[in-house]
Design a protein around this ligand. Structure first.
Ligand code: SF4
Length: 375
């Protein structure tokens, strides 16, 4: 048994069933992105998507049979998940894992599902919810230009069908930066899309990329990003710190000197300026991407603003050698948060790694190499 699935999903959708409704990205020009390079965008026929949902239902029945055969009465344990994968392969493992987490959430792939006709998307969402009554929320990615073109009735129909959240790559609120990285959207489109989506009662999550303005536009990037967040008041803002990948146009821009990649501290300072400049919003900040140095930087505005600024200030106040220690410890998975440095064993272990790597230039290169591996 087989269904078609795309390559990515947001980190927060790890427990979601992945159903592909379109293939790849219709824009595919962002200077920092290599996810769909060389791949052509297409809409999948609705019947094919519905057939995939039927296949998932058959797979879930086989997973249930494994549970019953173990005397678990339909309960999905980690043992059932592992056996489903071992006996039948990846799709069964994926579906069993989804059921293990309650079968509550479904993510529609790939990069811009709103390009489907609203009536087709409604049909898919309703079909999924009829097939799996446990599903509480269906979510998807959308580009701001497409999202701004949909009207209020489209969003109401989608919300009524069960679309609960839209994940959107904002990257920056600065039109200068958006143009420089060929994002193909504007600050105004982001704000329009936010008002329509939130107006219909659909949750909105924006992804922003500290570092994307380069050193050249760092301040503009941070201040305009805060301005657009203030105007759109998304439910969530997720940081996803820049990592410049070889083979992307942004890498070439950096090589030719048009774009200067900011250092870790520069990008943390941008985060500080963004959070400090947020005003009148009730947004929750999330930093759950591996690329973020300060993954503990989370909270809801306005109540948690000072706590978040305090985390940033504690990091920025560290002496240089402690910053190196923290950066390597985080990147190597030894620390999750700043307080983990207080553990002497871990701290000394990281110091040992640092001395093996050598001087500051080698450390910088090694940290950049590890970060590239996270994308
Ligand atoms: S819109 Fe998203 S998926 Fe498409 S190229 Fe840009 S970042 Fe990549």
């Amino acid at each position: 048994m087989h269904i078609e699935q795309g390559p990515i999903r947001p980190p927060s959708e790890a427990a979601s069933l992945l159903i592909r409704v379109t293939r790849n990205c219709p824009w595919n020009k962002c200077a920092f992105c290599s996810t769909y390079k060389g791949e052509k965008f297409s809409r999948r026929p609705v019947e094919d998507v519905l057939r995939d949902v039927d296949t998932v239902r058959q797979v879930s029945e086989q997973v249930m049979q494994i549970s019953w055969s173990k005397g678990l009465g339909g309960k999905i344990s980690s043992e059932v998940v592992n056996e489903s994968g071992a006996r039948y392969g990846h799709l069964h493992y994926h579906v069993a894992s989804w059921l293990y987490y309650g079968g509550r959430s479904v993510f529609l792939q790939d990069a811009n599902s709103l390009l489907l006709k609203t009536s087709d998307l409604v049909k898919v969402i309703e079909y999924i919810r009829a097939a799996f009554p446990t599903v509480e929320r269906v979510t998807t990615y959308a580009r701001a230009d497409t999202a701004a073109r949909k009207n209020e009735d489209d969003y109401l129909a989608l919300r009524n069908a069960g679309l609960a959240r839209i994940h959107m790559g904002m990257e920056s609120g600065s039109d200068i930066v958006l143009k420089m990285v060929k994002k193909g959207i504007t600050a105004n489109q982001l704000i329009q899309a936010a008002h329509k989506i939130k107006g219909a009662g659909i949750s909105l999550c924006w992804y922003i990329m500290p570092g994307l303005g380069g050193k050249e536009h760092a301040r503009e990037h941070a201040l305009e990003t805060a301005r657009v967040i203030n105007a759109g008041n998304p439910d969530y803002v997720r940081f996803r710190t820049l990592s410049v990948l070889k083979g992307t146009p942004l890498y070439d821009m950096a090589q030719s000197g048009i774009f200067t990649v900011p250092g870790e501290d520069d990008m943390v300072e941008e985060q500080r300026l963004i959070i400090q400049s947020l005003d009148g919003v009730t947004t929750t900040i999330v930093s759950d991407h591996m690329l973020n140095l300060l993954q503990e930087l989370e909270g809801t505005l306005p109540a948690d603003r000072d706590t978040m600024l305090d985390i940033i200030d504690r990091y920025l106040a560290l002496p240089e050698d402690a910053k190196n220690n923290y950066q390597l410890g985080r990147r190597a998975g030894i620390y999750l948060k700043l307080d983990d440095m207080q553990n002497k064993n871990r701290y000394n272990y990281v110091q040992g790694l640092l001395s093996q790597i050598g001087g500051p230039e080698n450390i910088k290169k090694e940290l950049a190499r590890i970060r590239r591996g996270f994308v």
